[in-house]
Write a protein that binds this ligand. Structure first.
Ligand SMILES: *Cc1c(COP(=O)(O)O)cnc(C)c1O
Length: 398
């Protein structure tokens, strides 16, 4: 009982600090118009950037995949769980990434979280403790956990600070050097200076690991992500894209030089010691890639860009600040926690679902409402949201 008492006390403390998180149960597919706790809401919080999560063609492909391959994979990839569907998907990703990565090969993972743990731990295993890992300060939790688990010597550089990183790289004598960064930062929506980072990495013989969770499917004319957007090409690049956001399904892939991928197959524990994802998901992902890289994907990206411009134009904020972001992540910086919570509550009361993000997720005094747009939104949805935001700012900050 003493152990349970400790937990109860800690949970109680979180509750008192207003830090207790609650899940809402969704009774319908992911979409902008949802019913939450019996009330109709207009949601601006999912990462379903292209609106593919409930696309009829993907639903059909998942059914077809289950009929063709069954449901479970039955084993890990290296035992007997690596199905034709997984293999076809890897080949598609290798082809997709070959303009950006020399001798590209790809590997799929159950989740982006596992892919990040896999890449960082396997790369660091090459030289053991003689590894310096340089991590951008706003990186996603899965990269932070991967860096810790890698037992490399981790140094954090300030957000977007290429000069600081250069200083660290110059001072490093480690056998293996790894720079790791999100491409699109999840709480701000801004882009990492990838061309400058890659130039540095090439000069200092370092790997550049890019987490493109919010860029794959969205950035680039063909939806290939951050590398297409910036027109990068190198053999130092290790690219991670997640498949549960714009791709609308789930899972992740890593693309890199074939030798890097072979090393991951041999050494990455989050790849080796887990049951392969259901092959039907790979089958659905092949259909998702057809959509993303085809005409429909292009049309959805154009619509999304129009919505982003419309929101930026429609918000007439006097005190709050729309963070400068060209991506689907559009945060409105409010500052004080209580004010952000009050604004979120007012929006919620009017039927808009926009999450308030507070420290420690973001720096102190930068509490914000994080709007995420999707190609599934209409211009009318965005017009309504902008109007509500403008009115609520005047109410909260007269
Ligand atoms: C969502 C996300 C991940 C994790 O991907 P999952 O497939 O959801 O596990 C990793 N990195 C970033 C930046 C993300 O936003």
């Amino acid at each position: 009982m003493r152990l349970l008492g400790q937990l109860e006390q800690q949970l109680h403390q979180l509750d008192r600090q207003k830090l207790l998180r609650r899940r809402r149960v969704a009774d319908m597919p992911c979409a902008p118009h949802v019913t939450v706790d019996g009330r109709p809401m207009l949601a601006f919080c999912s990462n379903d950037y292209l609106g593919l999560a409930a696309h009829p063609r993907l639903v059909e492909a998942l059914k077809e995949g289950a009929e063709k391959y069954g449901v479970g994979s039955g084993a890990s990839h290296l035992i007997s769980g690596h199905s034709r569907a997984h293999d076809l998907l890897e080949e598609r990703f290798a082809g997709l990434m070959s303009p950006y990565i020399e001798q590209a090969r790809a590997l799929t993972f159950c989740t982006g979280y596992m892919a990040n743990l896999a890449v960082l731990t396997a790369l660091a295993a090459v030289s053991g403790r003689d590894t310096d890992l340089f991590s951008e300060s706003l990186n996603h939790a899965s990269l932070i956990d991967g860096a810790r688990l890698s037992r490399a010597n981790v140094q954090v550089y300030a957000h977007g600070d290429v000069e600081a990183l250069e200083g660290l790289l110059k001072a490093s004598a480690a056998k293996t050097k790894i720079v790791v960064t999100d491409s699109v930062f999840s709480m701000d929506g801004d882009l990492a200076p990838l061309p400058a980072l890659l130039a540095l990495c090439e000069r200092h013989d370092a790997w550049l690991v890019i987490d493109d969770a919010h860029g794959f499917g969205v950035l680039g004319a063909n939806g290939h992500g951050a590398l297409e957007h910036f027109r990068l090409r190198s053999h130092n690049l290790i690219y991670m894209g997640t498949l549960g956001k714009a791709a609308g399904v789930g899972g992740a892939f890593v693309a890199a030089h074939a030798t890097v991928i072979e090393w991951l197959v041999q050494r990455a524990r989050p790849y080796i010691y887990t049951t392969a994802a259901p092959p039907a998901l790979s089958h659905a992902l092949l259909a998702s890639l057809d959509l993303i890289t085809g005409k429909e994907g292009a049309a959805r990206r154009t619509h999304l860009q129009q919505l982003i411009a419309q929101l930026q134009d429609g918000l007439r904020l006097r005190h709050w600040q729309l963070f400068p972001s060209q991506t689907a992540i559009q945060p409105v910086i409010i500052g004080a926690n209580e004010e952000a919570l009050r604004a979120a509550a007012l929006l919620h009361a009017q039927g808009y679902w926009v999450p308030a993000i507070r420290p420690p997720t973001v720096p102190a005094d930068t509490a914000r409402l994080r709007i995420t747009l999707s190609a599934a939104h209409t211009a009318a949805d965005v017009a309504q949201l902008a109007q509500a935001f403008n009115a609520i700012e005047r109410e909260v900050r007269p």
